[in-house]
Design a protein around this ligand. Sequence first.
Ligand SMILES: Cc1ncc(COP(=O)(O)O)c(C=O)c1O
Length: 363
Amino acid sequence: MSDYRSQVDIRLSGGDPDFEAPPHVKEAAIAAIREGGPWTHYSFSGVPEFKEAVVDYYSKYGVKYEPSNVYPTAGSSPALMAVIANLLGPGDECVVFDPTFGTHFRTPPLFGATVSHVPLDVEGFHMDPDTLRKKVSDRSKLMILCNPNNPAGTVYTRKELQAIADVAAEHDIVVLADEIYNEFVYDDREHIAFPSLSEMKERTVVVMSFSKNFAMTGWRLGYYIAPDALAEKLRRLPVAAAPTTFVQKAGAAALTGPYEPVKMMREEYDKRRRYFVKRLNEMDGISCHMFEGAFYAYPDIKELGITSAKFVEEFAEKEKVLLSDGSRFGPEIAPGHLRIPLVLPVEVLETVATRMERYLKTL
Ligand SMILES: Cc1ncc(COP(=O)(O)O)c(C=O)c1O
């Protein structure tokens, strides 16, 4: 780790929530360890109670799966890997939106596939169907949709999702719907699950995680939901073994509720969002859209005339705050942005904003 990263006193670089897992979730894990039996022995394909809880949870979006369609994983990262590794190979193309979570476009080339980046509209980070069509080819086998989007917070509308669905159907593309921020959408927006669109269930693999929705990053729990038609293909390279069984018990408790802790987190992120985006927009040379979902501010700093990498390094050195370089989220739209996860309370964000203002005066 280089010096500037290790000497900061405020870290706003990783998307690790500053909340704890809900109390009833912790209790469920402790009780499961005490009970033993299925909760402390290995289960190759996942514990039935967990998979049933997933089916019930996801049915709130109007999609009905069977427990056999659910594959528990240790966080969503291995789920992403399982889908990409098993569905893509040399000569194939993976379509991703820009900006997006790095794993979405860094992993396919490891398996010989190329990546086609579809730039979102810089104003508000939504999608233009014509741009999408231009970026899809006969080689496109997989499209990765991050909804809500990390880092830009886009919550796709039904119209946009339908346009994506039309393209997927026309070109026979499988859609990986990374929906791990689904509980965090703001104002009157609604999370629309991709497989709920007509005829999309059969060509969609949903990837979910407990890391963000339930503030359980260190518990390492996630899952993917795949239709029967894709199940066998996805298991060819067994990169995602089932996770710790008593953690699955905790996951079932999280999904079953109560949901007050999730509501509390959503309200708190919303408060931080309103506060911090306003502060950013008051700074000369920085503009930030009011993001719609997830919990990242993604300000545009191009007017400042320095790269985002340089900003991150200098700001850390001078003001001891570590942000993340937004250009790491794609080659097209992402450069010239910072990504700031709002995973600290407003009082700390106030300090960050004050230090940013002070740093800007030195440019
Ligand atoms: C969009 C997205 N998908 C997947 C992940 C991986 O998270 P985890 O492996 O903790 O579930 C992240 C982490 O930040 C993310 O932002």
